[in-house]
Design a protein around this ligand. Sequence first.
Ligand code: F6R
Length: 625
Amino acid sequence: MCGIVGYFGKRPAKDFLIEGLKRLEYRGYDSAGVAFLEKGAQRGSKASKRWKIKAIKALGKVAALQMKMEGVFVSGIGIAHTRWATHGKPSERNAHPHIDCKGLVAVVHNGIIENHRELKEVLEKRGHKFRSETDTEVIAHLLEEEMSPSGEKRKVGFEEAFVKTLKQLRGAYGIVAIATEDPEIMLAARFSSPLVLGIGSGEMFIASDVSALVGDVKRVVYLDDDEIAVIRRDGYVVKTLSSRKREKEELTLEWDKTVAEHSGYAHFMLKEIFDQPKSFADALRGRLILEEGMAQLGGLSAVEKRLRSINRIVIVSCGTSYHSGLVGEYMFEEYAGIPTEVEMASEFRYRKPLLDRKTAVIAISQSGETADTLAAIREAKEKGALVLGIVNVVGSTIARETDAGVYCHAGPEISVASTKAFTSQLAILSLLTLYLGRQRGLSLVMGKRIAKELEQIPKYMERVLAQAKDIKKLAKKYAKQAHYLYLGRKYNFPNALEGALKIKEIAYAPAQGYPTGEMKHGPIALIDSSVVTVMIMPKDSVYEKNVSGMEEILARGGKILAIATEGDTALAKKATDVIFIPKTLEMLSPLLAVIPLQLFAYYVAVERGYDIDKPRNLAKSVTVE
Ligand code: F6R
């Protein structure tokens, strides 16, 4: 997905622009570019040096752009972009920034301008010449048209022209622009595509994703829809489209530079899998009250009274976050006694969901920017439901738009394939189960047992991670499988879906996840000696049922890679291969069982030689529909 960075300050903008783009590389892109203001050559003795725009673009990696910029002096004001082609193929011509006919403005844009064809037609009639096939280029020409109408004298200044331009756009946008006419400001605007300002000392930063700012700033401000930011070297003002000033909350960015580095691991995904004992402990930190079998969740204190009266929960989320929601459904129903449904946000938004004030809608999202999840919570708010968030990125749009919520504190998740966010979401869902359960009928004894066991999870996770070498060998053995089947039941059915999703995403392997009991209703037809079925079958309340499912597969010549509870020698004898996880409470077993699934997918992808941190066609945060 496209990425934006911008810098305005005392240093050459190049340093941050290239570094910022590199930090956004994980989002996926096909070309990159920068534009900056530079003082033009002196023409004639009296003529003052005029500002002009210089743009440099490259197809492929940011490193290629960096090479092209070697030796180029860049002023203290510049914008840059990584493009993920939507309108027009990947090429230098289509790469951002885009510039108008007269070279007055340079623009970078994330999102889609839906009415770009109509706008282009009108602009072409007025004599504008387009150089790219992108929707973005209309923004540059509209700005030119407002600032310097064809054949007429300059009408309005940069800021006014910017607002007039925005009012003509339909669709989604995060835009940053610079102009030769006004080198003292950089302008930015947001509608449905995130932008965050970074506040430095005597320098300002902007990015479409906060991870680009990690290490450079400690204070950030998120823009909301229909806001524009007027950025100067030493500060900023946020305004509405009707030019009213908006007071914005400045947030502290907790993440430091080291969390966004590989730290000796071959890939971010592997590092993040190994981060889990720590990220899980971070999610629990200061929130568990062991002696009361309870959780304290400061983010929910404002809605505590209302939460006591809810009689239904609807969880909305996508992908891996949807899978953690499915585990949450089992937890809430079993221990808090609250009827719960889980909906894919992309479907929820187009239904006519029946919600009322007694329903709590919980959005789960790592990025806090997923367009479908955002649309779902907006719908839920309109219908009067209490809207809560379980979000990782502090200050993200979903975090801001929910009534209350709990942060995951997993740190930045850079790998496109989500791993540590999943287990952190499960940590929060477990805490929420205690919180809601103890408000209702959950006994002190059971509450204490869950709380105590939650504390043990990081230690158990270490035991699973210690088997990485064995899992690598199994991945090698099964790396050439044409198709993978994942089965699990009850709390580990969502893990079957998650295991299949991981191997699809990074190893491009056809894979399906099913509840074990569903096998006989169709998928069993797939079984023969060429198929390995990964079965998640810890010693829990559905263990015997899983064993029956396994027998049916073995009887048809299928192979079984079992995830089993330590000490289950009987199962180890029957299964083709086995990976053990420590014994824990059934509701917490997905936290341990998911780790071998993540590692297995990772090592299969390594065997197949794929670019694990940047899987094809995928974006880290899906901010468009
Ligand atoms: C899977 C994955 C995606 C995300 C999904 C939701 O590895 O990363 O399926 O889980 O796009 O993203 P968030 O959690 O940011 O809303």
